[in-house]
Design a protein around this ligand. Sequence first.
Ligand SMILES: [Ca+2]
Length: 156
Amino acid sequence: MFSRFTDFNKKHNTTITDVDKRKFTEVFEQCDEDKNGYLNREDLKVAVVMLFGYKPSKAETNAMMASSIQAGLPGLPLERFLNLMTSKLIAQDEYEKSRQVFTAFDVSCRGFLTLEDFKRAFACVASHLPGQTVQETFRLVQYAPLWLFFYCISTV
Ligand SMILES: [Ca+2]
């Protein structure tokens, strides 16, 4: 039943496909309105909307622009943009996988995992983790909503 999750721990692929890279590059070029090879804050927000479907907050935009500003660049160059978008894509991918596993183990569709559900989920996707660790993690809360499950999965 859970065989589709067996590659969960193999992921952490830090590369993206050529298709993703081409798409990121195309969006970069479309958003670089003055064609100077850099995205300003507004260009970057539009690019994130086009690629990920949401407008980044001021704080997130600041974080994405920070290294370019510190380096004295007039904006975000393509290479940095590709790195940032790759990280976002990987993070989104991992969250989606966690959500799928979580949903599969939330057998009663209550929106949280019981200790037994939590143990089963971990045995499936992180079997190297000692039962004791799983139990101690769980003891911190009475139940495990998706965000906690995702946090646990992404830190093991
Ligand atoms: Ca520009």
